[in-house]
Design a protein around this ligand. Sequence first.
Ligand SMILES: [Zn+2]
Length: 229
Amino acid sequence: MIAGLLYHPDVGLVLFDTGFREDVINSWEGEYLECAPRIWVKDIHSLPVAIKATGAGEIGDVKAVVLSHLHLDHAGGLEHFFGTDVEIWCHEDELKGAFWASATGNDSNLFLPDYLRADLLNWKTVSEEKVELWKGLTLHRCRGHTEGSLVVELTFSASGTVILTGDLFHVRENYEDGQPQGFLMRNYNEWLRSRDYIRRLVKRTNARVCLGHERSYFDMFEKSPQFIS
Ligand SMILES: [Zn+2]
């Protein structure tokens, strides 16, 4: 999956999605490993090392985390923020749905109790359908993949409008052709409405788009360190 590290002039470093937990190969089981990387090297792939590699700072410099949704491959890395006061942002309905799913075993393979910790994380939620959380960073609630999925719209002068869709769209076929997400779809009609909404937003703002798991869209963005310099 694709995460993002943003620098906001008022907030500081903001992490968009955390990736899965450390050592995913030994912590996932069965068919889910089919979706996981086959190589995981701590000195290269762990979240703290990945953040440091951007040149923007250390994981301890991250001031806030914004989560598109709480599936284990996007929120498992919350384990790095246990016991800190780093703000962990998501939609209220996502938080409720994820805790319910994890506690009851409904969708238990996608929402895990090991990172959904009420006692160790500084949870913050939005309840709006659309809200500018910080200047230039707007959240759009988009149902379909999960109940409280958020799409992030960035409007900074240096980058133009950038839209981070999370798993509203895993791959380009979801976004471009409207192909549904198979067993990962939770509400097809809502997903179609969300897809129309985001496609209109992209067109209206002439935005560049980053999809949840699509390498080719990610590759269209500038690469560090050239972008930073
Ligand atoms: Zn997901």
